[in-house]
Design a protein around this ligand. Structure first.
Ligand SMILES: [Zn+2]
Length: 398
């Protein structure tokens, strides 16, 4: 089924490109709808293109156990990211129905329309419409890189914005997502499944250092206001401080601009990006305070200016403790090698996690590779994940 779904939107390199509201995206959603229909799930789309397959409960129709992941991919992405979570949820629900008949509580498999932010500059379009955080107003001015308006693309795919009704759901009691890890922790530890306890928060900053451009030959070292050597100090300081603060804290400087960027001129300006992630706000607060205090102290000592601008602040999200306990009990009973872990990447589970009790489960990613045609998880590992998910859903709905 992974290969079947990956054949829709297949690229030359053996990867997959399924961008929101494109023809391959629509074909994949319709193909999934078709197999759900054949399996007697009651299927429907909401007004943004999230696809649901509903297995009604015998005792309660008011609350729903929702399980699934996202159908969209990055450009030339892998076969497993998102797709595995949808397929695993579908197979798990099918197996439960075949073995035990209708559940007590309604279960719905969801193929979320968009998570990656690969076509339009926004992420979690699917889950944030369900949570009510996003509505159509947000995308009225949004265009893709070819200038195609969001609303036009949506209409082309058959989801006419004129028919939009907010697809907000207040009946979701719990959400369960299974996903590839997209990292190498499970593989390194030779574990089969990961039970995610937290999804990290993310803060992003731009740091701008203003010094003085000058002659590389005639300006003595003690009179320089060298933005590059100051940036070097900042970057080594923040890197060492991250290591010393907490093993889970990660801080990354991935982009650096130097002005004038010339070999024989002392640089007058440097701007760099800073990405900080951790699952506890207080740790991030403390870390930011310490590094920014040092940035200010150091630049003042050289009579230079530093400007720190924050442009992203995503809060960490805790997964439901009770659901973590249940997943752990099942993994122990089934003798699966498992570990609790923190997700350093964002997932739809973080959107649901602030709305209802939510669980996120991982299976290994070979060499930690994802967002690439090289993404791979073995059939055996995929099966283990499906088995765990099946047991979790049994616990929740039967
Ligand atoms: Zn994903």
């Amino acid at each position: 089924m992974i290969d079947w779904l990956a054949s829709i939107g297949k690229t030359e390199n053996g990867g997959v490109t399924r961008l929101l509201y494109t023809s391959s995206w629509l074909e994949a959603q319709l193909a999934l709808k078709n197999i759900m229909d054949q399996s007697n799930l009651h299927t429907y789309f909401d007004s943004v293109g999230n696809l649901f397959g509903r297995l009604p409960g015998t005792e309660s129709n008011e609350k729903t156990i929702l399980t699934g992941s996202h159908i969209d991919t990055v450009v030339d992405g892998g076969k497993y990211d998102g797709a595995y979570g949808i397929i695993a949820s579908f197979i798990a629900v099918l197996r439960l129905f075949q073995a035990y008949g209708s559940p007590k509580k309604t279960i719905e498999v969801v193929s979320l329309c968009e998570e990656e932010g690969s076509r339009f500059p926004l992420t979690f379009w699917g889950s944030r419409n369900i949570s009510g955080a996003y509505t159509l107003d947000l995308v009225k001015e949004v265009k893709d890189s070819e200038g195609i308006p969001f609303l036009e693309a949506m209409k082309q795919a058959g989801f006419d914005p004129d028919n939009y009704t907010p697809p907000i759901r207040d009946d979701v009691e719990r959400f369960v997502e299974i996903h590839i890890e997209q990292g190498m922790i499970l593989e390194k530890n030779q574990n089969q499944v990961g039970i995610v306890t937290h999804i990290v928060g993310q803060r992003r900053f731009t740091i701008h250092i203003n010094g003085e451009s000058n002659h590389a030959g005639t300006t003595p070292m003690q009179y320089r206001k060298d933005a590059v050597s100051t940036a070097a100090h900042f970057i080594s300081f923040l890197t060492e401080k991250a290591k010393a603060t907490d093993p889970q804290l990660v801080a990354t400087v991935g982009r650096l601009h130097v002005k004038p960027n010339v070999p024989n001129v002392v640089a007058g300006e440097v701007e760099f990006s800073l990405d900080i992630r951790h699952h506890q706000e207080n740790i991030m607060d403390q870390y930011c305070h310490e590094i920014f205090t040092e940035f200010k102290r150091f630049s003042e000592s050289l009579n230079m200016e530093v400007a720190i601008t924050q442009w992203m602040d995503v809060k960490p999200v805790k997964m439901d403790e009770e659901m973590c306990d249940w997943a752990r009990e099942i993994a122990e009973r089934k003798n699966y090698r498992y570990q609790e872990m923190i997700s350093g990447a964002g997932h739809d589970a973080q959107v649901f996690g602030t709305e209802c009790a939510t669980s996120l489960l991982f299976v290994p990613s070979q060499n930690g590779i994802s967002h690439s045609p090289k993404e791979f998880t073995s059939l055996e590992e995929l099966e283990t994940g499906i088995d765990l998910l099946t047991e979790v859903l049994y616990k929740l709905a039967y």
